[in-house]
Every structure is written in C-alpha cells, then in structure tokens.
Design a protein around this ligand. Structure first.
Ligand SMILES: Cc1cc2nc3c(=O)[nH]c(=O)nc-3n(C[C@H](O)[C@H](O)[C@H](O)COP(=O)(O)OP(=O)(O)OC[C@H]3O[C@@H](n4cnc5c(N)ncnc54)[C@H](O)[C@@H]3O)c2cc1C
Length: 487
C-alpha cells in the first residue's frame, strides 16, 4: 500500500500535506480600509470580522468562487483548513472530458455545458498548469459496448458535439499504446485533455489573492450560524476567529455535510474514496486521455438519480458496504513534467468510507493493473511489470475523498427557497469536479456578485445565453427534489 503522489524532482508528498503552501504560512495581505476591517455583533456576544462573502473550502470550486467574486470587487474571505488544493482537487487525475457545447442546452445537457466551460477556464490558466488539449478516447471492448457507444456517439453528433467514431487501424494510429489490446472502437473527443489539478487550484487561489481576496489557509470553519440580528451569517473557526458576511458559500468538498448541518441544512453529500495507481514512463507513452466505457454504460443502466444515500450514491463502483465491486472501471492519462510524466490509472470509487480514510486497498491496485494490461498490453505491460517488481521505489498509489451527491449531480446555488437566503452550496461534484466545478463555480459567483450589486465580466461566464445558463443552474439547484432540506 502506498500513500503518496510523486512530484517533480523525485520527492514524494504525503496525502493531506501535498502541494503548495503549508497551513502555517501567512494569510493574504489585507486591503487597507477594506470591509474586512469592519466588525459585526454576533450571538453570544463578541464581534466578528466582516466581509461581503465567506467561502468555506479552498478546493478548485471554492477557489474559483473566491477569485471571480474578488475580481468583481467584492470583499471575499476564503477559509481553507489545510492548504488550497490539498484534498480531492489536488489529488485528482485532472482528466478533462469535453465535447464542446451542444447546439441547444437543456437541463439534461448541464454536465456537457459545465465541462466545455471549465475546459476553457482551465485553458486560460496557461501552460504553467500543464493544460494539455490532447483529446480523449472512450473505448468499447465488447460487441455490446460497441453498439451502446456508437449510439451515444450518434446522439452526440445530432446535438452538435465534437465527437468522432474511430475503430480498427484509425484507433491505433490515434493511440499506438492500444495496439494488441482489447479495445474494438472508441469515441474520440478532440477537445478533451488534462490539467495538473494541484497547480491549477493553487494558481486560481493565487489569482483570488491578487484580485484582493483574502485567502486564509490553516483555518478550519467549525460552524455557520446567523448573526445576533439575523442580518448576516457568521462562521466560527478553529483559530477562535469569527467572520461575518451577508453571504456564505459552502465549498468544503466531501466534508460539506457536517458544516451544512450546523446551519440547519441536511446536505446529501458523502465521501467516496477514489484511488489512483501510477507507473513511471517515458514521455509520449500515451498520447490521449483514455476512458473505458463499460462503467459509464453500467452506471447508466443502473440508473443515475434513482439511488439515495441509504443505498449507494450514483456512479460508484462498489456497493454501500465498500467491499463488493459492482462495476469495473478504468481511466488513464500521462502526466506532465511536474509529475515526471508518470502514467496515472484510476478506477474504483468506494462508498461507505470515513472522511479520513486514505488507505489504498490492495485489491484495487490489483484490479487497476489487471485492467490496464488488458487495454494496453504492448506498451504498458512491461512498464507495469517493472513497476510491480520495483515495488515501493517506483510504484505509487494514493487515495482521495470525492464529494458524492445522492443523485450524482453537483449541488450549486442558493438555499433561499428553504428559508435560508444568502446561504449558497457549491459541492457534490463527485468524480468530475475538476472538469465541471470551475464553470459551475463561475456561474454561482456571477449570480452572487449580481446580488451584491457588483456587475462586470466574470471569467468563464460567457458560454451560451442567459436562458441556457438558467437551464444549467436549474439542473444543479440545491433545492431540487430529493436534494437539500432543513434539519
Ligand atoms: C483519485 C481521484 C481522481 C479524480 N479524477 C478526476 C478527474 O480526472 N477529473 C475530474 O474532473 N475530477 C476528478 N476527481 C474528482 C475531483 O477531484 C473532485 O470532484 C473535485 O476536486 C471537488 O472539488 P471541491 O473543491 O468540491 O473539493 P475539494 O478539492 O475536496 O476541496 C474542499 C476543500 O475544503 C476544505 N475543507 C473541508 N472542510 C473544511 C472546513 N471545515 N473549513 C475549511 N476548509 C475545509 C478541504 O481541506 C478542501 O481543501 C478525482 C478525485 C479523486 C479523489
């Protein structure tokens, strides 16, 4: 069992302390005369520092919300208990599936829309974040998968998406590493790609600071409550500080539900463990991001959205007890220079885990390597065999905790319909928060800024018209049926 992510220079970081700043580093400079100098009376006496908005959680979602609000001129405080990007965002594979924008965006196309928008937003961060629009292949390995995936491809084309059907020699020419493997055909999405997610999250948090936001790391939010006069929300922290703001955005990933409960909200988000196995490899071993379609097909057949938290959250590979694998899953990509070009292979999504369980099940590692050698026997087999032989010096694996919602959709928007105005949720992105979270966060920030009276261009908000953006926000509304409730 290995618990680390390899980083440039051969160093290895422990989960939870990886990447960027350590918690004890100083917080952002305060702007002279800013609203955060102001104070608010709070329940139980005492006073709190005031801002326009407090964002709880410095993953990729919270960082984009804070950045976009700060860029519009709002006084924003971002509270991160560890360092920005130290949890799911930094531990993810950073694959970005995108097929561009559908001609017409309805609620059913929300994920496609968010992926197209997030991809553009991450691309704008530049090469420093190792954004790579290399394209992706979603593979079919059985005749049944071929039929199912081909229909999916045709449906995508009818919607105007950038999808291509490839098979036979064309497939091998696109990705020579598949030669001799089990893939029969694939959907090629040239607009897909990848990013180094820890670098991207850090870059966005830094942009939030540069725009005047206050990014406070090493400060855990303990509760969210009303101020004494009910006009503001107050967030109490582990450092004994209190922050008051008209608006609070909860973006604490897999740890969001207990915090929401302090504000009287039942938030259907649970931690699901995602595991990544790595292998050293020379650059250009893999050209494309690879997904195998059988898990998506099976998730769809099982019926996303029909499960609830008493059963298994949608899109998990294992049953709720975390021990029985229901679906086998594999994706792969080759990293950039900051990760020494290593190959990463992901698979299992295991529910029923504690929110501090980062252990890597040996069974998961075995399943991932077995699956990888089926898909890439020629190119990968020797690497994997070498990796396994070399054991701890070469092989790597780590786990992260993904914020899964009950119905598999993100939870983004205000809780005003529940009688909790100015309390916003930005969580529940499950296995796709890097490719969907930035755009959703950007849309939320645009709405929130408008409520605060700040207009202006946001980053990433520019895709589609108002009606399309409203359709997307309806699909991920926290007050949709079966989602958030008062408790
Ligand atoms: C192994 C793995 C592979 C993945 N691969 C992909 C992929 O290829 N593509 C993709 O799109 N997605 C992928 N994901 C999913 C993606 O990483 C998540 O959906 C996304 O990062 C969620 O972002 P977030 O900001 O909501 O949560 P997080 O990144 O977890 O951020 C939440 C932050 O809140 C902080 N926090 C928690 N509680 C508090 C508190 N009380 N006070 C202050 N701060 C708090 C945490 O420290 C954390 O930094 C993967 C995830 C994993 C684990």
């Amino acid at each position: 069992m290995y618990l680390r992510r390899r980083v440039a220079g051969g160093a290895a970081c422990c989960v939870g302390c990886a990447f960027g700043r350590w918690p004890s580093q100083p917080a952002a400079q305060e702007k002279a005369g800013s609203a955060t100098d102001a104070v608010q009376p709070v329940k139980g006496g005492g006073r709190a520092e005031a801002a326009d908005c407090i964002v709880v959680g410095g993953g990729i979602v919270g960082a984009v919300v804070a950045r976009d609000l700060a860029r519009r001129g709002a006084e924003v405080v971002l509270l991160e208990r560890s360092s920005c990007g130290s949890e799911a965002s930094g531990l993810s594979a950073g694959t970005l599936w995108s097929a561009g924008m559908p001609r017409l965006v309805t609620e059913r196309d929300a994920a496609t829309y968010l992926r197209a928008g997030s991809s553009e937003l991450l691309r704008s961060l530049g090469e420093a974040c190792e954004y790579n629009r290399c394209g992706a292949l979603e593979l079919a390995v059985t005749p049944e998968d071929v039929c199912w995936l081909r229909q999916d491809c045709e449906a995508g084309k009818r919607k105007g998406l950038a999808v291509e059907w490839v098979e036979g020699v064309d497939l091998i020419m696109l990705e020579p590493a598949l030669a001799g493997g089990s893939a029969l055909a694939a959907i090629h999405t040239p607009l897909s790609g990848s990013v180094q997610p820890a670098l991207a999250t850090r870059a966005i948090a830094d942009q939030a600071e540069s725009a005047g936001g206050r990014v406070i790391e090493g400060e855990e939010a303990l509760s969210i409550d009303r101020s004494q006069d009910g006009s503001a929300w107050v967030v109490c922290t582990s450092g004994g500080q209190r922050f008051a703001a008209a608006h609070v955005v909860l973006a604490a990933g897999a740890w969001s539900a207990p915090l929401a409960a302090t504000a009287g909200v039942r938030l259907p988000v649970v931690p699901v463990k995602g595991v990544i196995c790595t292998s050293p490899a020379p650059p250009s071993t893999l050209r494309k991001v690879i997904y195998e379609c059988s898990s998506r097909r099976h998730f769809t057949e099982v019926g996303d959205g029909r499960n609830d938290l008493l059963a298994t959250p949608a899109k998990c590979t294992h049953g709720q007890d975390g021990t029985h694998r229901l679906v086998r899953k594999l994706y792969a990509k080759q990293c950039g220079p900051s990760d020494e070009h290593q190959l990463v292979f992901g698979g299992d999504r295991i529910p029923g885990v504690r929110d501090d369980d980062y252990s890597v099940p040996e069974e998961t590692e075995r399943a991932v390597w077995a699956h990888a050698t089926e898909l890439f026997p020629a190119a990968i087999y020797d690497l994997v065999r070498g990796t396994l032989r070399a054991a701890s010096d070469e092989a790597g694996a780590w786990a992260g905790l993904m914020p899964f919602s009950a119905d598999g959709k993100p939870i983004v928007g205000e809780l005003a319909p529940l009688g909790l105005p100015n309390l916003w949720m930005a969580c529940g992105f499950g296995p796709s928060g890097v490719m969907e979270g930035p755009m959703a966060a950007s849309l939320l920030a645009a709405r929130l800024a408008a409520r605060l009276g700040f207009a202006g261009d946001g980053d990433g908000v520019g895709l589609g018209g108002d009606e399309e953006q409203r359709a997307v926000m309806r699909a991920i509304d926290p007050c949709r049926e079966g989602c958030c409730a008062r408790c």
